[in-house]
Design a protein around this ligand. Structure first.
Ligand SMILES: Cc1cc2nc3c(=O)[nH]c(=O)nc-3n(C[C@H](O)[C@H](O)[C@H](O)COP(=O)(O)O)c2cc1C
Length: 210
């Protein structure tokens, strides 16, 4: 079996973490770099990743995460946040980054900048947030695969109260919204979920060739 498929079969949504096992700084850095490299629409990266170290905060997050113990027990807790709004200033920052990274004059990418601004200014804030939230799911997919390649366990989680997260972590005032929660670390040997067969549709069911 190809290593990619071995990794994807190895991973599972971990239900119980071994709280004594901690991800090394080197591996954490690979995970952060993987998240930095996530592709997004236009390349705007309307995302922020909060790594919650504090056990005290994690204990406060547990009851607003349907008491899922992974939030506290995992080595690290990543909250994938999206921007509530994307403004002209974000686009200006992005264009300035393109200019300095690729050593091109701002004027040469003015058309691209104007195009992005007119598209985004034509959307209402709810649609922008919905669009930004979609980008969080791209980050989730990449994060899960990167962790699996490193033999690090992870739980993709929508089972939490985003409004309560926003309130507790003062996210709204930072133009952020908690989109997804991903505890990462190492599976507990008693986690029975690791032995369960993967339930997936067949390729025949899933693919249409035309
Ligand atoms: C977006 C998303 C949200 C999820 N939310 C939760 C969650 O809150 N708690 C949990 O234990 N599992 C959660 N899951 C895990 C899924 O139930 C699991 O990925 C699916 O059943 C497939 O199983 P596998 O990941 O073990 O292969 C979530 C998965 C995804 C992709």
């Amino acid at each position: 079996m190809h290593d990619i498929l071995k990794d994807l079969n190895w991973r599972y949504a971990t239900k119980k973490f071994d709280s004594t096992k901690i991800i090394s700084p080197e591996n954490l850095d690979i995970i952060k770099e993987s998240l930095r490299l996530v592709p997004t629409s236009y390349g705007l990266q309307p995302l922020k990743f909060i790594i919650v170290d504090s056990k005290e905060i994690r204990e406060q997050l547990k009851p607003i995460s349907y008491n899922q113990t992974q939030v506290v027990d995992a080595s690290h807790l990543i909250i994938i946040c999206c921007f509530q709004n994307t403004t002209d200033a974000h686009i200006d920052d992005f264009v300035s980054n393109i200019s300095s990274t690729r050593k091109v004059k701002i004027e040469s990418i003015q058309g691209y900048s104007d195009y992005m601004k007119s598209t985004i200014n034509g959307m209402n804030q709810q649609d922008i947030m919905h669009w930004n939230k979609n980008q969080a799911y791209i980050a989730l997919g990449q994060l899960l695969h990167t962790c699996a390649s490193l033999k690090i366990d992870a739980t993709p989680m929508e089972g939490f109260n985003p409004q309560e997260y926003d309130k507790l972590l003062n996210l709204t005032e930072k133009n952020l919204h908690a989109s997804l929660v991903v505890p990462i670390g190492y599976r507990h040997e008693e986690d029975s979920a690791q032995h369960q067969q993967k339930v997936r549709k067949s390729q025949n069911d899933l693919f249409i060739t035309i």
